[in-house]
Design a protein around this ligand. Structure first.
Ligand SMILES: O=S(=O)(CCO)c1ccc(-c2ccc(C3CCCC3)c([C@H]3C[C@H]3c3ccccn3)c2)cc1
Length: 238
């Protein structure tokens, strides 16, 4: 494939996520939410008095593939259907029209009182990684903050800094003899979601932690339910 101005950065960030995200959490991580198969962990980290708590979520979703989960997370068409924390989202650049696996988004996030309203500008990259040992390939989407001329930082908005990754592997349970006979009840998607979000400007630590503790589980539950609904009667996308 043709490379572009972001190719090197994308490669570095994607490899980091592939190397670390699926690692189990140490006891430095606090379990902040456990609901069914979903476990959400957080570490309390502040940088210059700003809460930048890393977040890590492990979840197992029945009846969908990792490709389907990553497709609905990446594709701008569906963004406002499952993202309830945005006022708007816009693709301001497609890096390679012949191979649209990297888009640049500009997003206005809903204002969360008492913080100032946030906006974000990030490249979003989707990729299928064959890891060799597992029978199914891994799918990953990374959202990583980047500057862009069409996303000027303008008051009163505070620019978020985000490094987010959704990594999915698909397991086939009780595989039928003929792969053609695989049904959705044979599918299990094991997903890992990590988010390193710096809110940009100051936001009250306790308030931000409470928002994150409430919003991330809600967001992951709503997003995965959305994909289950969208794919229910569709042919399986492996
Ligand atoms: O997965 S993504 O890439 C999907 C892209 O559409 C993603 C998800 C979440 C965020 C985000 C943005 C703002 C905030 C804060 C900062 C001050 C006030 C709001 C937070 C923290 C508070 C946590 C949170 C988690 C989920 C939803 C909203 N709020 C998170 C950014 C990107």
């Amino acid at each position: 494939h043709k490379s572009h101005r972001l190719s090197n950065e994308i490669e570095r960030i994607v490899q980091d996520h592939l190397k670390y995200d699926r690692e189990n959490v140490s006891d430095l991580w606090e379990l902040i939410h456990h609901e069914g198969e979903m476990k959400v962990y957080r570490r309390e980290v502040e940088e210059n008095g700003i809460v930048v708590d890393p977040l890590k979520c492990f979840h197992t979703v029945k009846g969908v593939t990792g490709r389907e989960i990553c497709h609905y997370f990446f594709d701008p068409t569906y963004r406002m259907d499952w993202e309830t924390t945005l006022d708007s989202t816009k693709v301001i650049e497609t890096l390679d029209k012949d191979n649209p696996d990297t888009l640049i988004f500009f997003q206005l996030h809903k204002r969360v009182w008492p913080s100032a309203q946030r906006d974000s500008c990030f490249w979003s990259h989707i990729r299928c990684v064959s890891t060799g040992e597992e029978d199914q390939p891994l799918w990953i989407v990374v959202n990583y903050t980047t500057d862009h001329a069409q996303a000027p930082i303008k008051s009163p908005f505070v620019r978020l800094v985000a490094n987010v990754a959704l990594t999915c592997e698909t397991q086939i349970i009780e595989p039928p003899l003929n792969p053609k006979d695989i049904k959705r009840e044979n599918l299990l998607c094991k997903l890992t979601y990590v988010a390193f979000v710096n809110p940009g400007g100051w936001a009250p630590a306790a308030a931000l932690r409470a928002i994150a503790k409430r919003e991330y589980p809600k967001f992951l539950k709503r997003f995965t339910s959305y994909v289950i609904e969208q794919t229910r009667d569709q042919p399986i996308l492996f």
